[in-house]
Design a protein around this ligand. Sequence first.
Ligand code: DOR
Ligand code: ZN
Length: 350
Amino acid sequence: MASEPHTLTSRTLTIRRPDDWHVHLRDGAMLHAVAPRTAAQFARAIVMPNLSPPVTRVEHAIAYRKRIMAALPEGTAFTPLMTCYLTDDSDPAEIVRGFREGVWAACKLYPANATTNSAHGVSDPARIRPVLEAMQRAGMPLLIHGEVTDPAIDIFDREAVFVDRVLTPLVRDLPALKIVMEHITTAQAVDFVAAAGTQVAATITPQHLHLNRNALFAGGLRPHAYCLPVVKRETHRMAVRAAAVSGSPKFFLGTDSAPHTPGAKESACGCAGIFNAPFALESYLQVFEAEGALDRFEEFASEHGARFYGLPLNAGTVTLVRDTVRVPGHVAGVVPFHAGEMLAWRVAAT
Ligand code: DOR
Ligand code: ZN
């Protein structure tokens, strides 16, 4: 479907204001440091609930949403869309109430211990079956961190095994449940989502479009290329790139921007997460240009996600200008994705 705002010249690309369908804004000082970066690029964002303690109750989400807005400069036009962190003890009635009241946009399923602050996650999706059934009835989306945690499974195979063992039966048993497979990294996830019904979609991050697993070891151990799901081999990166630029409404932008302090990353046990918020649009655009798909960027960034969530498209536009920018070594005290590299586009001042 063509959309009004899209204009492409040899020097500029103007698109409808985009949304980030997966971001970690954190809390406290880090929230204040990073939230303005996301709000500068995106009109809305799906905010992950893996705080410590996690955002599990409606009143936690209302309070967190207020803290997010308080961390932004006066008058910033930004809407945080809150998510509920599922645990084995989640209450279907409270979740559906929060959704109906417009507090929750979705629930997030972290398999217990799959990633940062997921210790309270779900030990087995079978245990939250009543929650999933209530969500299906209410039309509430389930956002999934799709990795098995079985230590016997090779870390590079955890997403593909999740698709087989968990996602396939889930989609079969709850055929009307809206599901987003978050931050997909493999050909298996791409193929599954592409073949499923329209109720199943996926987000794609910049790092999984740019990096393959060699990036983790390029000239030495590279903690700033480490995120979860971990970047995969080149054939998978190519499959994820093809999905992003395919024009399919099932694939949309979700940065998974996940800041950690430099000390927490550059450590004997470094945290997973890549802080890509400051140059997210520029980073994606580089990929769409290399794939000859600049004309498909607007749908990926500004249309597919909103339609999946049943939300209106944003008013207003953002213009990107073809102009070399150097990504600084630090932004807001955090090492950003592409630190020290040159990018070929920049967001024009509005
Ligand atoms: O790399 C990641 N970082 N993946 C996740 O799933 C969580 C995130 C974080 O919160 O740091
Ligand atoms: Zn995430």
